[in-house]
Design a protein around this ligand. Structure first.
Ligand code: NDP
Length: 485
């Protein structure tokens, strides 16, 4: 029988309230490997978790921020000491390569340390008053109870870059991880429990988001919601939150591009385009899915991208030299294959890949060949829709102007990278590109935790997370006037 894992409410591990119902999580590289049975929670479990968070709030917010930060430091030490175990658990549950999983765990450690120290930094400003002797300043207070709803693709880093600032700024948390990665959610919660977090400060509810979403947003004790995932769900959350005037933050999709100019270092542009497109099988919101190439280098660029793509090892994510692991689920694989099929029907020219991999270990998991298309027009699915799989579309452009037009002709605006040595081209691009994460001669994927992260247009709710931007979301501003009596 599969190992049983419970919810964590008010400092106790408890089964789902309504009859202890469970659901299972499986290994995308081996669908016969059942990781465990997890609490299939419903609204009643969410209500209990929110009540626990509400009850814990007064004592938690009464601690000083540096004292709250101490818990994060302890959690960082525990995560670091269990790094290999957590990385292997992540590989088993979401199929990420072991190299990327180790990187993600260490990023989690860094996030905990960064926000552990954040409690020592200033939170407001002193403003000169027009009235003599008056002290005028701003300060901040926590929102209160916050719901944190996260996806499966970064099941340690994304929860941490939301939970760590929420806690250090004095909020209490209800955490709902993706149903494809509940074990990672349990491990993270265990680490906070071991760090001695008081009961109710962090609560975990696993189970279907569609059944619990409305309660997580509209329960009267909830004052904030931070979400990462699909556009469809994000918009639903935004509508609920606006309806009850709850503060919300959404990080959603991307359709990120590289732009390569004729003067670029072609080795670098090809390598980083391919890495950005096929790392973690393209399942990152910042993955490269469009390569826009300017001028007559397009043919050479395309040949080299195809050759490099065909050299990537697709296989067991536990092997150190695997670059392209399986995709996360059967449903995700089917959705990627539908998009590939649509790309063909719309006239895209398939240069490599395009198939589900079969035989041997491939039959046990959800493997899709790394796929490159050319002859892609801006109005095709391949150029517009977030496929969230190992699929790259190459689009030619005659000059920088047309390249920027193509780059921006998209509902998303998360990240982009320009490959060039020309300072003039860089300045034009910085001015005109409509994305939140702007790279030059870099990979579209990959961000640092101490810098703000987020997108424009349909990629976010126009908010930012990570770095000091988290202070803006997880606190409310107070303007204080102190006058003599
Ligand atoms: P979802 O948006 O469905 O899931 C993200 C989180 O939201 C999960 O915890 C999910 O729970 C929860 N959720 C689902 N429905 C609701 C709801 N009605 N109310 C509140 N929470 C809800 O993304 P998927 O995992 O299904 O992925 C689908 C697509 O979304 C991908 O193909 C990709 O395009 C995009 N995506 C983007 C990500 C990003 O980093 N920007 C990350 C993941 C996906 P549960 O798992 O229980 O359904």
């Amino acid at each position: 029988m599969a190992e049983q894992f419970h919810n964590y409410i008010h400092g106790e591990w408890v089964p789902a309230f309504s009859g202890g119902r469970t659901f299972t999580s499986i290994n995308p590289a081996n669908k016969d490997d059942v990781i465990g049975a997890f609490a299939a929670s419903d609204r009643e479990d969410v209500k209990r978790a929110i009540q626990a968070a509400h009850a814990a709030l007064p004592q938690w917010r009464a601690l000083s921020a540096p004292m709250r930060g101490q818990y994060l430091w302890r959690a960082a030490d525990i995560l670091q000491s269990r790094a290999e175990e957590v990385a292997r658990a992540m590989v088993r549950e979401n199929g990420k390569t072991i190299t990327e999983a180790r990187g993600e765990v260490m990023r989690g450690v860094m996030l905990l340390r960064y926000y552990g120290t954040e409690g020592l930094h200033s939170v407001g400003e002193v403003i000169p008053s027009v009235k003599p002797g008056t002290l005028l300043f701003t300060t901040r207070q926590p929102l209160g109870v916050v719901s944190i709803i996260t996806p499966w693709n970064f099941p340690i880093a994304i929860p941490l870059w939301k939970i760590a600032p929420a806690l250090v700024f004095g909020n209490t948390v209800v955490f709902k991880p993706a149903s494809l990665t509940p074990h990672c959610g349990v491990l993270l919660t265990q680490i906070f429990a071991e760090a001695g977090l008081p009961p109710g400060v962090l609560n975990l509810v696993t189970g279907s988001g569609s059944g619990m979403g409305e309660e997580l947003v509209k329960n009267p004790f909830v004052r904030g919601v931070s979400f990462t995932g699909s556009n469809t769900v994000g918009r639903e959350i935004a509508a609920w939150a606006a309806n009850v005037n709850v503060k919300y933050q959404l990080e959603m999709g991307g359709k990120n591009c590289t732009i390569t100019l004729p003067d670029a270092d072609l080795d670098q542009a090809v390598e980083l385009t391919v890495r950005g497109a096929f790392g973690y099988a393209g399942q990152k919101c910042t993955a490269t899915s469009r390569a826009i190439v300017v001028g007559d280098i397009v043919e050479e660029f395309t040949e080299r991208v195809v050759a490099r793509t065909q050299s990537l090892k697709v296989g067991d994510p536990n092997e150190e030299d695997t670059f392209v692991p399986p995709v996360v689920s059967q449903a995700q694989r089917d959705s990627i294959m539908d998009n590939i099929q649509m790309g063909r029907m719309e006239g895209g020219k398939l240069l490599c890949g395009g198939q589900v991999l079969k035989g041997g270990l491939y039959d046990r998991g959800f493997y899709v060949q790394p796929t490159v298309f050319t002859n892609v027009r801006a109005d095709m699915v391949l150029a517009c829709e977030e496929i969230f799989g190992p699929v790259l579309a190459i689009l030619p452009a005659k000059d920088v102007d047309e390249a920027l037009q193509l780059a921006n002709d998209c509902r998303y605006g998360l990240s982009a990278s320009l490959f060039t040595r020309s300072v003039n081209a860089v300045l034009t691009y910085l001015d005109r590109i409509d994305v939140g994460v702007v790279k030059i001669n870099g990979e579209t994927a990959g961000v640092e935790p101490q810098a703000p992260f987020g997108g424009m247009k349909d990629s976010s709710s126009h908010s930012r997370e990570q770095g000091r931007a988290a202070l803006e979301f997880f606190t409310e501003l107070k303007t204080v006037y102190v006058e003599k009596s």
